[in-house]
Ligand binder design. Structure first.
Ligand code: MC0
Ligand code: CO
Length: 164
């Protein structure tokens, strides 16, 4: 797919794969991270946030979808190069309830990065002693498996990994 691999050079813990033309074709890294899928914003008022992003900011805003497995309702705001995921608590024991208690007007809740192979990513991260909230992937908002890395292992940022 990338032509003949000429050499594998470890650079800051990543492995760069050079094609025969000498250009860097892919940087798989140890975990296999790829594109930023979304930035999630928790909001105390989903309708007001939808109005803000649709009517004031002028973005495409999806219909709300209940993610019962995750205890949240999600709305996706389309941007040119990524998405914003608006999050509102669903049901009792929502994982975002405490966050909204601490941040009553809302705030950036997590970022989501795509990975080549979620099982490989989980294994690699556990080997590095990164805290994974539940290492068994659940199906996320895009119908693909996701896991969450604890903010205490990730410079204070909750990180979702989503299978590409
Ligand atoms: C649908 C799906 C998708 O996109 O496909 C989704 O995104 S679902 C999105 C919703 N689902 C999730 O977020 C699932 C994973 N998240 C969780 O399980 C939870 O939110 C935790 C991350 C474990 C936090 O739970 P909780 O707030 O109840 O615990 P806690 O209040 O004791 O917090 C423990 C410490 O983590 C910090 N903390 C909590 N939430 C944080 C966040 N979002 N970003 C950064 N730090 C955070 C707290 O301030 C606290 O730090 P201090 O101790 O220093 O005060
Ligand atoms: Co998310």
């Amino acid at each position: 797919m990338f032509g003949r691999v000429l050499k594998l050079t470890p650079i800051i813990n990543n492995t760069r794969y050079y094609s025969t033309s000498g250009t860097v074709k892919n940087i798989l890294g140890k975990v296999g991270i790829g594109r930023l899928n979304h930035v999630a914003i928790a909001t105390p008022n989903l309708k007001e946030s939808c109005d803000l992003w649709r009517d004031v900011m002028g973005a495409d805003v999806s219909e709300p979808a209940d993610q019962k497995e995750h205890g949240v309702t999600t709305v996706f705001v389309g941007l040119e190069n990524t998405k914003i995921e608006l999050l509102h608590p669903l049901g009792e024991n929502s994982p975002i309830a405490n966050f909204l208690k601490k941040n009553p007007s809302g705030g950036i809740h997590h970022i989501c990065i795509e990975v080549d192979d979620i099982h490989h990513a989980v294994k690699t991260l556990l080997d590095e002693n990164i805290r994974i909230i539940d290492p068994n992937p659940k199906i996320g908002a895009h119908g693909k498996p996701v896991v969450f890395l604890h903010p205490k292992s990730m410079n204070g940022v909750l990180v979702e990994l989503e299978q590409k």
